[in-house]
Design a protein around this ligand. Structure first.
Ligand code: TRP
Length: 350
């Protein structure tokens, strides 16, 4: 199914093409290291990344440390957050032997790609990006930095340096993927005399519907309404107990009319690999007390092996560092090769 802007949804043609020939695809995706990953990330993207890895799609996972500075002056606890991301990745099943985990700041060639890429987009185009506009509204800075407007171009370098053609991402990343396609196309047209240098990557949207935070708003680290993968059993129970519901005793799955109750049902259903309607029927007149009990148990049971693996990996910080170092090395080798090709195409190899 092709969207009007050229991207693809998580079902239909693109998904089928990936299943038919996973070897043809190279995934790049990533996260900002601003804290620990939560259930929204897990069901929204992490599970899908692991699935693609298991299908045999070559996978790159980027820790986007430079992007942390888009809406704040200082990136606090950066090394701790980076370590937590690596832990979350390993805990959910990303395998460093098959997936390259690396960090922005360790790849100088990304910055070298940024300048020619910037020359290919207009200031007006950068200003129109809806995700950037939204981030400016929620920014913690008094003034909007140049990085806020230009980071999507740097993100295009993230995606194109390894010639990724598949970007599993949430809805909010679609403008960035679209910009990446534009940059790839314009670069190829302007400099690709000897053939295309870059592929036009496609976005793969997650099939999982959106989970709400415990306050009924968007689940987000900064809003304190998220259940982190690393949260303990009791913390999970506490968070679910405090979750917003409604005043109707009978539990039913109706996302439009009852968003908070439905999101809790969805969470339990995702954890148990069941249909949310079925979970609702079982609870019936039990009310939100019974619902929360079911959700707490479902989450804790589903996350138990992930949390156990996370705790195990957390004991060996040397190993975590080595995973990142090896990922950085591999990403750098690929980035250098692409940069060489770009220099050749632009006539700047002296
Ligand atoms: N912008 C993404 C986020 O905020 C992180 C990111 C950086 C990314 N580079 C990427 C995602 C490349 C997909 C592809 O979560």
């Amino acid at each position: 199914m092709r969207n009007t802007d050229g991207t693809h949804y998580g079902t239909g043609t693109l998904e089928q093409r990936v299943l038919e020939d996973p070897g043809k695809f190279r995934v790049l995706t990533g996260d900002r290291p601003t804290g620990r990953l939560h259930l929204g990330h897990y069901f929204g993207t992490l599970q899908n990344r692991v699935r693609l890895q298991e299908l045999g799609v070559e996978t790159f996972v980027l820790i986007a440390d430079y992007q942390v500075l888009t809406d704040r002056d200082v990136a606090h606890h950066l090394s701790e957050n980076v370590e937590n991301l690596v832990l979350d990745y390993l805990a959910v099943g990303l395998d460093p032997a098959r997936s390259t985990i690396f960090a922005h700041s360790a790849i100088p060639a990304l910055n070298q790609l940024l300048l020619p890429f910037l020359s290919l987009v207009s200031v007006a185009e950068l200003g129109r990006n809806p995700t950037v506009k939204d981030e400016i509204v929620h920014s913690r800075q008094a003034a909007v930095s140049g990085l806020m407007f230009t980071y999507p171009v740097h993100q295009a370098a993230d995606i194109l340096f390894c010639k990724s053609n598949l970007v599993p991402a949430g809805q909010d990343q679609l403008p960035h993927v679209e910009l990446t396609r534009t940059i790839a196309r314009r670069f190829n047209t302007r400099y690709g005399r000897a053939g295309d240098v870059f592929p036009e990557p496609e976005a793969l949207l997650s099939a999982a519907p959106l989970l709400l935070g415990t306050d009924g708003g968007k689940m987000s680290k900064s809003r304190g309404n998220a259940i982190a993968l690393a949260d303990g059993v009791d913390e999970t129970a506490r968070l679910v107990r405090g979750a917003k519901t409604d005043s109707i005793r009978y539990i039913s799955y109706d996302p439009a009319a009852r968003p908070e109750v439905s999101s809790l049902l969805l969470l339990a259903a995702l954890c148990q690999n069941r249909d949310p309607h079925e979970v609702a029927e079982e609870i019936g007149q039990g009310g939100s007390g019974a619902l929360k009990k079911v959700v707490t148990e479902a989450v804790n049971e589903h996350l138990a092996p992930i949390r156990a693996r996370r705790a195990d990996y957390a004991k060996d910080r040397g190993y975590l560092r080595s995973v990142l170092q090896r990922g950085n090395e591999r990403a750098n080798t690929i980035a250098e090769a692409t940069l060489k090709e770009v220099r050749g195409a632009m006539g700047t190899s002296y």
